[in-house]
Design a protein around this ligand. Sequence first.
Ligand code: ARG
Length: 461
Amino acid sequence: MTLWHGRFGDGRPAEELLAYTVSLDYDSRLAADDIAGSKAHVKGLTAAGILDDPEAQILRAALDRVADEISTGSLVFKAGDEDIHTAVERRVTELAGALGARLHTGRSRNDQVATDLRLFTKRELRSVAIRLHDLQQVLLARAEQVGDAYLPGYTHLQRAQPVLLAHHLLAHGWALGRDIDRLEDARTRMDVSPLGAGALAGSSLALDPRLTAGELGFATCFENSLDAVSDRDFVAESLFALTLAGIHLSRMGEEIVLWSTDEFGFITLDDAYATGSSMLPQKKNPDIAELARGRAGRLIGDLTGFLATLKGLPLSYNRDLQEDKEPLFDALDHMSRGAAAMTGMIATATFNLDRMRAAADTPFAAAVDLAEWLVEGGMPFREAHAVVGGLVRDALERRVPLGELVEAHPSLGAEALALLEPGVAVTRRTTRGGAGPGPVAVQLQRFATVLADTAVRLGTA
Ligand code: ARG
């Protein structure tokens, strides 16, 4: 029997209707939140004088029992169970008899599902944020461990200037920090209970949405019942925050793919975090990094697909909104698994510091230092740039070492030659937030402080 059979004739809903509209196979993930929502609603009904205490007690016990059955996997779903809300109510009615029929008083699945999904999303975003924080901690640990090791910094994927490896690692760490902030910020905005909005307009019964909001741990409750049942901004925002975090993982993934090639040779992945080839015995492949790169495409699809679902929907609830769950669940799953896999891979990888250093120790990497040295002697930068540019071109064309030309140049000479010594250029990046050992030491401390604060915010300290 459906929840809505009264209005309909004796015939059963068409098989095709059920097959097409059913959401139980995925929305059963909301079971625990659905039960929490129903328990709060029982409280609301009691406060409103619609249930007496013994009745409420029976309903609560039935809801607890259903929760147990769901967690042990013993709840048997039935053919008419359209969604998790229907399944729970059907089972409560089997257990509590006639009283079960009172559970849905003053409530609609419209405010119910919105409540469930907010509770669920608040919790799950927090757990993704915790995983991203774990990844930040690994980046910090690795950054501290590699000391003053350096590698080429790139622009246009061309070697540009040497940077500390710690600096490079923390660049990704700061991006993840913004992701955590966005997830937490979205959580704050979604902390509004829709329960009590009913189907769309509230109720004639003496139900108080503030009471159930408090019961469920929401910061506040809705101001407008139409908005309450039709608002899925929180899903869209969550998807954006998750997708951008996924894009950050994809960028890290791409670098690991490059760094683990023979051509770069900057990183060697631990065997446990790499895969082999079914045909080529010598292969060791960075599949986690590649999937972090590839899955970003799917996250973008989750986000844009859902935005398209929302576009043009009239107030208030429309069944289209059932399409909120699958993209959200997909994005949450991929982000939490992706972050965990990247964390393990980076924690266990070996950085090939000699290869990095050798790649960074080209005299050309110090070109700007030569120009800045001339600037310190009073030459306008544009002129200095042209002088050094000319030397570089000359060195390449005539195949002579840049150092020889520097030493012979009247404005440069032996003193400037010292700038080309291996390892010198990176030490000259001294400005705040720069890539050299001085500012990076400061940055490491600031990053560690931010991570400690984040742990407090996320409740993992
Ligand atoms: N399964 C539905 C959803 O996820 C629940 C709400 C159904 N409401 C309705 N009026 N049919 O949105």
